[in-house]
Write a protein that binds this ligand. Structure first.
Ligand code: ADP
Ligand code: GN1
Ligand code: MG
Length: 366
């Protein structure tokens, strides 16, 4: 495998010799490596094996990345900054024969991206400044793509964030699954059953024309926002595989459900999981500093629903994956996705118990 990795990295390196390759980051979907090269021009780059069980048409992922980066770099006029602040996009590094990716003889799909230097990625928000910066990063992303007609983007992951479809799939999986039920499983079954109508809230609003399709990131969880190690400012939002047409509410809800859970989604202490409303306020301040100009009154109406739904949806996705035998999310053991689902459901309970206060926070942040 190691020799193999060096051979693969070699196809993408701009020049110099590949010195080192390390597994990198803590993503749940792709396999990511940091490659060090003996070259002055480009010392390091990211090498990724795209998960083709998730992204069935990986060429579309690369096509979207090209459309997106061309658009954003055009708006930034090529400068890696916005209003005097550093802002960078991960860019595709071509193979030596000028292709965006390489398909290995075993069918695995590889690509290389520029490495965003001098940054840190955090699995949890560490303070208010970090919260504001995470919000700023998503707001800036939405701002920079608000004039990119979403029809120019392919759908790289059909059904992604369409909660009623996740519910339907869950029902199908459940029908086939008649195994022994632990108390945790019984709890999840009941929890989902009591919230079946929640799954429809954003799709109904979309169908009624209350929420428009726009260009979205799709996966703005907190570790996809990169923070400059010296200034503490957000400098990039990475993991662009799910950039596609969708509702900005999927993004807003996902960032808030991820950022406001200070215990993190992998915590072993799920009883202490809660939704932190002060962090929510700071994330919204950062987000709205960039997004206020293009959000409509009905966009604001659905922000609370998006927080509640995205936490519920992720719990439902983890639980379904557990029932199916862990075929989608990388998992450290057979119970891992069940534990993750329970964390999200605990978070949903905390969100629901603070509904009035969260709605007021959204209203005040407008
Ligand atoms: P996954 O889809 O599996 O989450 P990501 O694209 O998010 O994969 O990459 C996993 C991790 O690798 C990120 O959370 C980040 O820490 C790191 N990473 C990925 N791309 C870059 C990049 N271009 N520059 C710096 N770090 C990166
Ligand atoms: C996956 O790729 P990563 O780890 O950033 C998932 C997200 C989930 C997240 C939960 C394409 O994100 O939707 O919210 O795990 N990405 C995909 O940790 O399904
Ligand atoms: Mg990621």
């Amino acid at each position: 495998m190691r020799k193999n990795l060096f051979d693969i990295a070699d196809r993408f390196k701009p020049r110099g010799e590949v010195l080192d390759i390390q597994a990198f980051g803590s993503g749940n979907i792709n396999d990511t490596f940091l490659v060090t090269v003996d070259s002055d021009a480009q010392r390091r780059f990211i090498l990724q094996r795209l998960n083709t069980k998730v992204f069935r048409q990986p060429e579309l992922v690369m096509q979207n990345m090209r459309v997106l980066t061309a658009h954003v770099l055009g708006r930034l006029k090529g400068a890696p900054s916005v209003a005097g602040r550093r802002w960078e996009m991960p860019c595709i590094l071509l193979t030596r024969d000028a292709k965006t990716h390489w398909i290995a003889p075993d069918g695995s799909f590889w690509r290389a991206l520029t490495f965003i230097e001098a940054v840190q990625s955090f699995d949890k928000i560490k303070d208010m400044e970090h919260a504001r910066e995470a919000g700023y990063a998503l707001g800036l992303f939405h701002y920079l793509t608000s004039d990119l007609p979403c029809e120019k983007l392919a759908d790289t992951l059909p059904g992604f964030h369409i909660a009623p479809r996740y519910l339907q799939h869950y029902d199908e999986v459940l029908e086939k699954n008649s195994g022994r039920k632990s108390p945790e499983v019984e709890y999840c079954l009941k929890f989902i059953n009591e919230r079946r109508t929640l799954a429809h809230v954003l799709e109904d609003a979309k169908a009624r024309g209350r929420l428009p399709l726009r260009t979205i990131h799709g996966d703005p969880k907190i570790n996809n926002v990169l923070i400059d190690i010296s200034t503490g400012q957000a400098v990039s939002i990475i993991d662009l595989d799910t950039v596609k047409p969708g509702l900005v509410h999927y993004d807003i809800g996902d960032l808030l459900r991820s950022g406001c859970n200070l215990k993190g989604e992998e915590t072993g202490q799920r009883e202490s999981v809660y939704f932190d409303i002060n962090i929510c306020r700071a994330v919204l301040q950062g987000y709205l500093s960039q997004a206020r100009g293009f959000l409509t009154p009905s966009d604001y109406e659905y922000v609370y629903d998006s927080i509640q739904l995205l936490a519920f949806e992720l719990g439902l996705r983890f639980f379904t994956d557990y029932l199916e035998g862990n075929i989608y999310f990388k998992a450290a053991g057979p119970e891992h996705n069940l534990a993750r689902a329970l964390v999200q459901f605990r978070l949903v309970e905390s969100i629901e118990s603070q509904e009035t206060a969260i709605r007021k926070t959204i209203q005040d942040a407008k």
